[in-house]
Design a protein around this ligand. Structure first.
Ligand code: ZN
Length: 334
């Protein structure tokens, strides 16, 4: 069982590869992002530390959102008190992603100068919400976990432990490569990640030790229930994944999965292509403006025009205010 089945085709860059390690009752998904993450970040002028954080959020949204079995949207959003006070990444089940960060440039620069610009430090304290949206006719599902200076990787573990109770390990990494393009050296962002989940047929094998309580005196060993051997093995294998293996174009995801799981036998499924694509449109923005009151319309006019900029992709939508003059608000209170 040392063979990795060839799969329909190599996933390549910008495609999520679902996989299964049946002898360990483990399922997961892996991705390496190249041109899509580079293009997404290139549309913004974020400081490097913020770009890194946004890329991590995109990879996490892709890894989590690509498990949805229906048409919809997975939205990951943080609201915190750190230099990056809001971070949004959303994944549509069509494979399209978009993301943006709101941040205080001075605080980010200070954090970078102090060497304290790691993802967890940039976010600070607040919450991470994960929303599954299946469209207007269904209710939204939302899970919220506290963020207290951890990385997105760590907060994902907290989420799965508390909300889903599925033993889960997530790895995220972001890096840059230098490549020659049109005779010049260019920087390009890359990102990658891996999620593994322990899903045995017998649910009692999924037991996880509770987090050590606060009552135990320091230095006293707390007796924790043992984790299942298969899950212990899977976690220790995932623990060997180096950041560069997740972003290096010379290490395709199939090769990484083979390195990790070849002794047990890993099976890969059809990859799902990911595209950097915003869902905004002129019609949508106009629809939004048409629900504004006349006062709100008046407040939005600058130099005789209303210009709305999409925060996700930077597209400017330019309107003549007359289009919305005296319009009755469609869903307004009256
Ligand atoms: Zn947009």
């Amino acid at each position: 069982m040392a063979e990795l089945n060839p799969g329909p085709r190599p996933a390549g860059d910008d495609a999520v590869l679902p996989f299964e390690v049946a002898p360990l009752d483990v399922r997961g998904r892996a991705i390496q992002m190249g041109p899509a993450i580079d293009a997404l970040l290139a549309r913004h002028t974020y400081p490097d530390a913020v770009s890194k954080l946004v890329a991590e959020a995109v990879v996490l949204a892709v890894l989590l959102g690509s498990s949805l079995k229906f048409d919809g949207k997975f939205i990951l959003q943080t609201e915190t008190d750190g230099p990056v006070d809001m971070l949004v990444a959303d994944y549509r089940t069509s494979g399209e992603v978009r993301a943006y960060a709101r941040f205080d440039a001075e605080r980010v620069a200070a954090a970078e100068a102090a060497g304290k610009a790691g993802p967890g430090m940039l976010l600070g304290t607040g919450t991470l919400a994960m929303t599954i949206d299946q469209g207007v006719y269904t209710s939204r599902y939302q899970g919220v976990v506290p963020l207290e200076g951890q990385s997105l990787e760590e907060v994902a573990h907290t989420y799965f432990r508390q909300s889903e109770q599925i033993p889960t390990r997530v790895r995220l990494a972001v890096g840059e490569i230098h490549q020659r393009e049109n005779g010049r050296m260019q920087r390009a962002w890359r990102a990658g990640g891996l999620i593994v989940q322990f899903l045995p047929a017998a649910p009692d094998r999924m037991r996880q030790p509770d987090l050590p309580g606060g009552d135990a005196p320091e230095g006293v060993e707390v007796d924790l229930p043992d984790e299942d051997d298969a899950w212990v093995e899977a976690q220790s294998l995932v623990g060997t994944v180096e950041d560069h293996e997740l972003t290096d174009p010379a290490v395709p995801v199939e090769r990484l999965l083979y390195r990790l799981f070849h002794e047990r036998g890993v099976r890969v499924f059809t990859p799902v292509a990911i595209a950097d694509n915003c869902s905004c449109s002129r019609e949508r923005v106009a629809g939004l403006l048409s629900r504004f009151t006349q006062d709100e319309i008046d407040d939005s006019i600058e130099d005789g025009r209303i210009v709305v900029t999409c925060e996700f992709c930077g597209t400017h939508y330019d309107f003549d205010p007359a289009e919305f003059a005296d319009a009755e608000p469609e869903d307004g209170p009256n």
